[in-house]
Design a binder for this molecule. Structure first.
Ligand SMILES: [Zn+2]
Length: 237
């Protein structure tokens, strides 16, 4: 799927899983949804020169080249439905321990989400290296400043990565058969859907947006917050 479809599906997955997410309060809930959305871009960091690996210039491009070699190529290791969530989750588990590394991880998630969703964001700041760095690190710092340490980060990372793999599994290119591909390179594709088709752009992407809005409304305090207004409107009618 296209980058922004992945980010949107990650946001929807983050919002849908809020009732089970180990987060409390609106700030942490927002961070959970944002992290799931951004981390749904993570598996495509497996080839240097891609939009997401260009995000922070060499800071993201060099590691992404290394990730690609480690994963044995684009759409292989980082798209393994079993190994990838485990590997990225373990990495996040180590990072969630210290303030600076959770800041880095949250900033990475926000940066990736901004980069993927640039077409709905006014201006072009988030697409420049400096603009993206300022927005994502500022946002991550703001979130971390208003919530307890995010011990839940590994779960959000695993959820985002898994959502990405599920998204690619329904395209013709498919994803590697988990673990088996290490021995014998074989792939799994659930549908003959091509990446970037009208169906993806006109049906899937808007569906993810609607799902995100609905789940945020249903799973957060938002419902209670607007309840008096609904009541008011009803009494008027
Ligand atoms: Zn992918």
């Amino acid at each position: 799927m296209l980058g922004h479809s992945h980010a949107l599906s990650g946001l929807a997955a983050g919002a849908a899983t809020l009732p089970w997410a180990p987060v409390q309060g609106p700030v942490a809930q927002a961070a959970w949804v944002a992290a799931a959305g951004g981390m749904a871009m993570l598996p495509d960091l497996d080839h240097s020169g891609s939009t997401v690996s260009d995000m922070w210039g060499p800071v993201t491009d060099v590691p992404s080249g290394a990730i690609g070699r480690l994963a044995q190529g684009h759409r292989w290791g980082t798209h393994d439905a079993l190994l990838a969530p485990l590997a990225f989750g373990a990495f996040a588990l180590a990072a969630a321990d210290a303030y600076w590394s959770s800041l880095l991880l949250l900033a990475l998630a926000i940066g990736l989400a901004l980069r993927a969703l640039h077409f709905v964001i006014p201006g072009r700041a988030e697409n420049t290296v400096v603009g993206n760095l300022v927005l994502s690190w500022g946002g991550a710092w703001l979130l971390l400043d208003h919530m307890p340490p995010p011990a839940w980060l590994p779960w959000a990372v695993a959820l985002g990565v898994l959502t990405h793999i599920a998204g690619d599994a329904i395209t013709t290119q498919g994803v590697p058969v988990p673990v088996v591909w290490l021995v014998k390179r074989c792939r799994l594709a659930l549908t003959p859907l091509k990446t970037g088709t009208t169906l993806e752009k006109a049906v899937l992407a808007p569906a993810f947006v609607l799902a995100t809005v609905w789940f945020v409304y249903a799973n957060t305090g938002l419902q209670d917050a607007v309840a008096p207004w609904v009541q008011e409107l009803r009494s008027l009618g």
